[in-house]
Design a binder for this molecule. Structure first.
Ligand SMILES: [Zn+2]
Length: 338
């Protein structure tokens, strides 16, 4: 028999000696959220002077091209360093939708118009652009439909075209959110062929079919008109295929991996960080935002403590890039310490 373990293990109360002083507690923490980690998702729409609060996402707006710079200026001045841009068509512009999402990269698309304005107004801010067809297809799906199915190869070719248009308009990073096979390689190849080899690709690698997208769908008005996106988004219980998707995107040349949603999928964030040395982003989606916001509004938890804890734990799991709608509050809470 070996000797008793108790002689070689510290008594449990000795753990407290590492935590009794605020500086010691900081030293025990391996993850700290700073503004450099934060990406703020923005919804761009028409008309040009639009500023519509999104009912399901209090404090978040659909913004027109003429108001977006003024809206963001205080946040950028406060230390916000990265934006993720989404385009949203207003209800009266449905005629612009078609089977190939031709409005996605039309010259008067709000994202296409906003990119050069934002580059000029905020030269130090990183501009990430969502690349997908669903805001602009008449059926609301993320690709080109043939015989009631999304056609992978035709969709990938069109996505690469859209990505190059956004890169030419000023996007530093393209973030394809469609989950088609081959789109990372196609985007990289198309950018290189267009002389835009410096453009990075942030891949929505592990994107789950989630109930937590509900408020976003009302923000982006992007619920599909028939069927759903379950054939190209992962089932919530699927860990092994999610890992295969991560490996696929690493092999295709992704520069940044992303897991979406964030909090319910922290094991995949950990897996993504373990699988490669690429930076890992996670998207604290609209339903996670609403959950924390409304819990705080109901007095169930403190907003600042809840938001900071949620993001600190996503960093602890392995994410170094935190996409969150709480960016304005984080500028207020963390900006002065930058
Ligand atoms: Zn889509």
């Amino acid at each position: 028999m070996s000797s008793s373990k108790s002689s070689s293990m510290p008594a449990p109360h000795r753990l407290r000696t590492g935590l009794h002083h605020p500086v010691l507690r900081t030293w025990q923490s391996e993850a700290e959220v700073t503004l450099a980690d934060i990406v703020y998702p923005i919804f761009l729409t028409a008309p040009r002077d639009a500023k519509e609060e999104i009912a399901a996402m209090p404090g978040q707006f659909r913004l027109g091209v003429d108001v977006v710079v003024d809206h963001l200026a205080p946040l950028v001045a406060g230390g916000l360093r990265a934006l993720l841009l989404f385009g949203v068509l207003p209800d009266d512009a449905c005629a612009k939708k078609d089977g190939t999402a031709s409005y996605a990269d039309a010259a008067d698309n709000p994202v296409m118009e906003a990119l050069p304005l934002l580059r000029n107004a905020f030269p130090d801010v990183l501009l990430i652009t969502d690349v997908c067809m669903c805001p602009y297809t008449d059926h609301g799906h993320c690709g080109i439909i043939e015989n009631e199915y999304v056609c992978n190869d035709a969709s990938v070719a069109r996505l690469a075209e859209i990505g190059v248009s956004y890169a030419r308009a000023g996007a530093h990073v393209l973030a394809p959110s469609d989950m088609m096979d081959g789109r990372i390689g196609a985007l990289k190849d198309a950018c290189i062929a267009a002389g835009l080899e410096q453009v990075s690709v942030m891949s929505y690698s592990a994107k789950f079919a989630s109930a937590f997208y509900g408020p976003f769908r009302s923000a982006a008005k992007s619920a599909p008109s028939f069927g759903d996106r379950r054939t190209h988004q992962l089932p919530p219980g699927a860990k092994r295929i999610a890992n295969r998707a991560l490996v696929r995107d690493i092999r295709e040349g992704a520069d940044i991996l992303m897991v979406k949603p964030a909090m319910p999928y922290m094991d995949l964030i950990q897996d993504a960080a373990a699988q490669s040395s690429l930076p890992v982003a996670c998207y604290q989606v609209s339903g996670e935002f609403a959950m924390i916001y409304h819990a705080a509004a109901a007095g169930a938890l403190d907003l600042k403590a809840g938001v900071l804890e949620s993001l600190t734990c996503l960093k602890r799991a392995g994410a170094t890039i935190l996409i969150t709608y709480f960016a304005p509050q984080l500028v207020e809470w963390l900006g002065s310490s930058e």
